[in-house]
Design a protein around this ligand. Structure first.
Ligand code: SF4
Ligand code: SF4
Length: 242
């Protein structure tokens, strides 16, 4: 139990650290910067990162969301404000509609710019630091943080991840591919025989997944799972390995 507690402490420290770094790295996570680069025919650092996230999801699922993402740090902090969780539903579909429109805009913008003319990983940054690249960044940063917080207050924790995140669809698609092709990597491994149906795993899951039901089916594959491993670490019987 001590080992699993320290694993979660490391995870929390990582996401809090990333949240503090948000103004420094915001342009690498920005959907707008990809479009700005596309208008000049440039593949930006954010476009490269999004491609890498898709590749990583083929092996690690959405572990980025649980262990690295800046929004994860914010949502972790929001657990002190509310223990309500955003529900899975229409918002998940809305996220994909917004994502498809955005993707179409990127392609059209590249076409209008005459195709890809270059790659600039440091685009819109000063030596890789976002807030030095544009005075608008702090303003954008505050808007994103306030928006995520308001969404938590209205719909519950992780509402941004479930209803709006422009990075999640890349990883959900990658996740579906890895499940379908059974690509070796990090998976939750349930052991139904050990489970005493206490539901602690379901209670702790930040993505409002009925983990206990998945354990009963001996199938822990779920599009919203962010591989945070909190369910595995809270289980008193070790019925979930991760
Ligand atoms: S926490 Fe463990 S024992 Fe309890 S319901 Fe979940 S898998 Fe079963
Ligand atoms: S199912 Fe487990 S690993 Fe996945 S999000 Fe929920 S608590 Fe985290």
């Amino acid at each position: 139990m001590k080992k699993t507690k320290s694993r979660q402490n490391i995870r929390k420290a990582l996401v809090f650290g990333m949240f503090l770094l948000f103004p420094v790295i915001i342009n690498y996570l920005s959907p707008a910067v990809i479009l700005m680069g596309a208008s000049e025919g440039i593949i930006t650092g954010s476009a490269i990162l999004f491609g890498l996230l898709f590749l990583s999801s083929l092996f690690f699922g959405r572990a980025w969301c649980g262990w690295v993402c800046t929004a994860s740090g914010l949502h972790q902090a929001c657990t002190a404000v509310t223990d309500r969780k955003a529900k899975t539903g229409w918002g998940n579909v809305l996220r994909f509609i917004i994502w498809l429109v955005w993707l179409a805009m990127i392609i059209l913008t590249f076409v209008r710019a005459g195709g890809v003319r270059g790659v600039d990983p440091l685009y819109m940054t000063e030596n890789g630091i976002s807030f030095l690249g544009s005075e608008m960044i702090i303003f954008v940063y505050l808007i994103v943080v306030i928006m995520a917080f308001v969404m938590v207050l209205i719909w519950g924790n992780r509402a941004l991840c479930k209803y709006l995140c422009w990075m999640a669809p890349f990883m959900i698609i990658g996740n579906k591919i890895r499940y379908a092709l059974k690509i070796p990597g990090v998976y939750l491994k349930p052991k139904k025989d050990l489970c005493i149906q206490c539901k602690k795993c379901t209670t702790v899951c930040p993505m409002d997944i009925d983990v206990e039901a998945m354990v009963q089916k001996e199938n822990c594959q779920h599009n919203e799972c962010i591989m945070c491993l909190q369910c595995a670490d809270v289980c008193p019987k070790g019925a979930i390995k991760g």
